[in-house]
Design a protein around this ligand. Structure first.
Ligand code: C5P
Length: 418
């Protein structure tokens, strides 16, 4: 079995039709191909198949409640849709199509369809009269115009005893349609009216920020002192400059900056995967203090036994996110790293620039007494292959806007050269 959907994340919306049982097989087929599948069920869907059946096959909890405080805490509904590469509605009932076409959002499924920035692929399933009804055909045409994709329905015997169009496509046909959709760009373009035009309008910027937490056991972790203030300020400045910003944030005590798609992660490996999913981009800014090493986490809390020797941990190297992005096939045009150094700041930054293959390094002195960690000010040096610009001490917000302005200039001038 080829892992044709490796590292892809599918949000599967299950509507209330008898074809829902076929979507169980669809989940299995998608997972066989390496996809992560998150399932959202409508209330009617649960009359046909239990959430437990989907949860067992997806190996994830099933979401169904728009107003669940726990879900909002763990994973807000906007994030549910933002983290998916594609939304698939199967079976898409006449009612689900009608609600989606009208932009109604009276449950989690339709709210996700309205809030998404990705294309949705609908696999309709309904009685043939309902499918050919002018109202349904109008809804399908509206959804098509809005950027939705369709697979099926097929002609065939229907559960209601009639014959004709309305049978949901078979799971493997839906898989093929998903694979085809993922070959293209599944993001929905932002309407031109959204967002003030700025120097980064039309650009996608990915920023990593904060520390990472590397679990030792279910209660302990390895971390570092990064507050995420600089990375979050950069994400906010890029959004204010008109960019579409994906902020991949480690655990921080900061609110999500306005206008950014924020993906919350814990470990370096989660951050690596989230960045991979967010590509392609025009600019990547690695401001996170990613833990260089992790330990193989114990499944249970490590107990302190009377008289026993203290445990020792073998460290395993984490993936280097910055270096991987700089060498990725879909390399962003500008790749920017950070260097927190305690001595020979510029020399180490130069060395890092070459080693990691990035275009710019923002270097700062984090030696004791600099107040950079957790503080509100920063003294940065912008190091490129050809030059060093040393900026005076200024707020992290000011460093962020200055950096964003420089990046916009570099993007514009590199395009002018081509
Ligand atoms: O090698 P060092 O950790 O000092 O490099 C710092 C730069 O590399 C930062 O931009 C940081 O975000 C990035 N980095 C990374 N993945 C790692 C380690 C560092 O993206 N595993």
């Amino acid at each position: 079995m080829t892992k044709s959907l490796e590292s892809k994340s599918i949000l599967l919306i299950v509507g209330g039709g008898i074809a829902a049982y076929k979507s169980l097989d669809l989940v299995r087929r998608l997972r066989e191909r390496g996809a992560r599948v998150r399932v959202v069920m409508t209330a009617a869907a649960k009359e046909f198949v239990t959430p437990l059946a989907f949860a067992s096959l997806a190996n994830e909890k099933v979401y169904d409640d728009l107003f669940s405080a726990t879900d909002e805490q763990e994973m807000g509904h906007i994030q549910l849709s933002r983290e998916a590469d594609l939304i698939v509605a199967a079976p898409a009932t006449a009612h689900l199509l009608a609600r989606a076409a009208q932009g109604l959002c009276d449950d989690l499924a339709t709210t996700l369809l309205l809030a998404t920035d990705k294309r949705a692929l609908f696999a309709p399933a309904m009685n043939l009269r309902m499918w050919v009804a002018p109202a349904t055909q109008r809804n399908v045409a509206t959804l098509n115009r809005d950027g939705a994709l369709f697979v099926g329905p097929n002609d065939g015997d229907m559960a209601c005893g009639e014959y004709g169009p309305g049978r949901m496509s078979e799971p493997l046909e839906i898989v093929a349609a998903i694979e085809a959709a993922l070959q293209g760009d599944t993001r929905l373009p932002l309407p031109a009216s959204m967002g003030a035009p700025g120097p980064l309008t039309g650009r996608h910027v990915i920023v990593t920020s904060g520390p990472t937490h590397e679990a030792i056991d279910p209660v302990r972790y390895i971390a570092n002192r990064s507050s995420g203030k600089q990375g979050h300020a950069i994400a906010a400045a890029a959004a204010a400059a008109g960019a579409r910003v994906t902020l991949v944030s480690g655990p921080v005590n900061l609110p999500d900056p306005a206008g950014c798609d924020v993906i919350h992660v814990d470990s370096a490996r989660d951050m690596f995967a989230a960045v991979g999913r967010a590509l392609p981009a025009d600019v990547f800014i690695g401001a996170a203090a990613v833990a260089d090493w992790r330990v193989e986490a114990a499944a249970q809390k490590i107990k302190k036994e009377q008289g026993a020797v203290a445990p020792t941990f073998a460290l395993v190297e984490n993936p280097d996110i910055l270096a991987s992005v700089a060498r990725a096939q879909e390399r962003p045009r500008l790749v920017v790293g950070f260097a927190a150094e305690t001595q020979q700041v510029i020399a180490h930054a130069r060395d890092k620039l070459t080693r990691k293959g990035c275009d710019l390094i923002v270097a700062n002195d984090v030696s004791e007494g600099s107040g950079v960690f957790g503080g509100d000010a920063n003294e940065a040096h912008l190091v490129s292959r050809a030059s060093v610009e040393s900026w005076p001490r200024m707020s992290k917000e000011a460093v962020a806007s200055r950096l964003v302005a420089r990046l916009a200039e570099l993007l514009a001038s590199s395009e002018a050269v081509e």
